[in-house]
Design a protein. Structure first.
Length: 322
């Protein structure tokens, strides 16, 4: 039996199938924008890693639907390398915690191109000075990432030589480490007593997109495993593996305390404009110069000298007349 769809459903299906042709979502009704994105996921329009997916994610990111992004694992980043460029283009908070990157990963070069990032968490990413330089060096003088004010380097082996270069990022205000890390002293920052730890939580659309991608990767992996011979597998090995997995699922790590370094405020040059004591003292000195009986004549001295000269000239004229 034929089931007639409503005109709204037909319009949403059409927009979802052609979501990569949408130029802008800013000011678009949120309800319809969410329905179009969710329908595109259900129709598997965003399943592939291609230019169409990148364009669609870039439009939604610009409209503010991807302000916070926290990646679940490295496999998703590697398999959707092109799509995540559009996802991160207008992201404000990026969290790569426990993503085991290396110093040569292409993602490190893409991060400085995300102009709106304010919070960057690189906790436990196995990066060294070499990889971190690819992220921060292009940002010297706020040339890139002009809004970056929070950088989390917890669990990373960094040297004081690299940390001293962070003073060239004037936009950076806070740098975080684990309290247990061996933190060398570095210029322009000092340890604060109360660290303000930022948390990144994926929005509903980003969460649904990641679940969709992970499901796709799981299905592809399942097909690969089915093609292989199952002769090596047995009842005992499967049970043993299941026991290990269940043990890992219940292993909960206690969160580590963190230490925050804040940028030291540089002294301002305009002392008289900013210091009220200096400005009032100058005003007092000026007022004292005009008080009667004060030995400091100030600006009245030239007038008194001129008056005495005029009196002397008049007396000479009177003497000549006599």
């Amino acid at each position: 039996m034929y089931d007639a769809s409503s005109l709204l459903d037909l319009c949403i299906d059409f927009c979802a199938k052609n979501i990569h042709f949408i130029d802008c979502m800013i000011g678009f009704p949120e309800d319809f924008a969410v329905k179009i994105f969710e329908r595109a996921i259900n129709l598997k329009v965003l399943a592939g890693d291609n230019d169409n997916t990148k364009q669609a994610l870039s439009v939604y990111s610009e409209a503010g639907y991807c302000r916070e992004v926290k990646f679940p694992n490295l496999l998703l980043i590697n398999q959707y390398e092109l799509s995540i460029q559009g996802l991160m283009e207008f992201t404000e908070k990026l969290d790569l915690t426990n993503i085991c990157l290396d110093d040569h990963h292409d993602l490190l070069i893409q991060i400085p191109e995300c102009r709106n990032i304010k919070v960057l968490i690189l906790q436990s990413t196995n990066l060294t000075d070499k990889g971190l330089k690819k992220v921060t060096y292009p940002c010297f003088g706020a040339k890139k990432l002009p809004s970056l004010h929070y950088l989390d380097l917890s669990g990373l082996q960094v040297t004081s030589k690299y940390l001293n270069t962070l003073r060239h990022l004037p936009q950076l205000k806070s740098v975080l480490f684990y309290s247990s890390d061996k933190i060398p002293s570095f210029l322009a920052f000092r340890l604060t007593q109360r660290p303000n730890v930022e948390k990144v939580i994926n929005g509903s659309l980003v969460t649904k997109l990641f679940l969709h991608w992970l499901k796709q990767l799981s299905q592809e992996r399942k097909k690969v495993l089915e093609e292989k011979s199952s002769a090596s597998s047995s009842f005992y090995t499967s049970n043993a593996a299941g026991g290990r997995d269940s043990a890992k699922s219940f292993a909960v790590k206690a969160p580590k305390s963190k230490a925050m370094f804040e940028r030291i405020q540089e002294p301002k040059t305009a002392l008289h404009a900013t210091n009220p004591l200096l400005s009032t003292s100058t005003n007092v000195s000026r007022k004292r110069s005009y008080e009667p009986g004060n030995c400091i004549v100030g600006p009245r001295k030239p007038k008194q000298a001129k008056l005495a000269l005029d009196v002397e000239n008049i007396e000479q004229m009177l003497d000549s007349c006599d």
